[in-house]
Design a protein around this ligand. Structure first.
Ligand SMILES: *Cc1c(COP(=O)(O)O)cnc(C)c1O
Length: 242
């Protein structure tokens, strides 16, 4: 781990101030925006720091990496899967995660539902939406989201708690910010439509990362997923691209 716990607390305090200021500007209550510590590529101490600081959960984007850390982690923390999930890993994900944020197709829903039934515990999920229409991103298309939600609501062992998205990058800071605003507003509008049409709250809007935290809070985010701002830059992964 590159940083000490003291340095972590300074960074986490600074992020909470950023969230509070963004909430103030948007007329929102800071208690309605949760900070999820994204610990991918970092050692288990990152998750332990987050828990010790009082954060409720950590985000990981690879199943195997998370399982290895869970086996070492000395403190209770909620593990959330935020990375792409293959259907053949659904069963092990349902066993090892407290929530899966990256559910984006019916085949995966069915596999997670069957696994949750087998383990006898309901699995909280978010539906990942490609709300920025980015060909390079996973997530259900905006137009197909109603059908996916309908299917998810029919899965008796899954609890659909909301929606998640990742904003596309632009070519410079201004276009990246514009993409983020458009993407996050799309997700909130979709949520408002779907929650009315299907009579389900879809409370969680998981959106916002280190680079677009303020834009996400302004658009209604309830869960910001931060890695770099908490733990520093990640080493470039040597793993092959999917
Ligand atoms: C890595 C990752 C994050 C954190 O990104 P930072 O820019 O490091 O804050 C958030 N969400 C997802 C889905 C990620 O994969």
């Amino acid at each position: 781990m590159q940083i000490s716990y003291e340095e972590f607390t300074r960074r986490a305090d600074a992020i909470r101030r950023r969230i509070a200021e963004a909430c103030l500007a948007a007329g929102r209550n800071p208690a309605d925006v949760e900070l999820l510590a994204v610990t991918k590529t970092h050692p288990v101490e990152a998750a332990e720091f987050a828990a010790r600081y009082g954060l409720r959960g950590v985000g990981e984007n690879r199943v195997q990496e998370a399982i290895e850390k869970q086996a070492q982690c000395k403190v209770p923390v909620r593990w959330e899967l935020i990375g792409h999930l293959q259907s053949n890993k659904a069963r092990v994900a349902a066993r090892h995660f407290d929530r899966v944020q990256s559910v984006d197709r019916e085949k995966l829903l069915a596999a997670l539902d069957a696994a949750a039934a087998e383990f006898g515990r309901p699995l909280p999920i978010l539906l990942q939406v490609n709300a920025g229409n980015d060909p390079a991103k996973f997530g259900v298309d905006l137009a197909d989201a109603p059908r996916l939600l309908e299917a998810a609501l029919g899965c008796t062992h899954l609890r659909v708690e909301g929606l998640m998205t990742i904003a596309p990058l632009g070519t410079d800071a201004a276009s990246t910010a514009a993409h983020a605003a458009r993407t996050f507003n799309n997700l909130r509008e979709l949520r408002d439509q779907l929650s009315g049409r299907f009579q389900t709250p879809l409370r969680e809007l998981s959106m916002g990362m280190t680079g677009d935290l303020e834009i996400a809070v302004a658009a209604g985010s309830t869960l910001v997923r931060l890695g770099t701002a908490l733990f520093g830059e990640r080493e470039v992964s040597a793993a092959p691209k999917p």
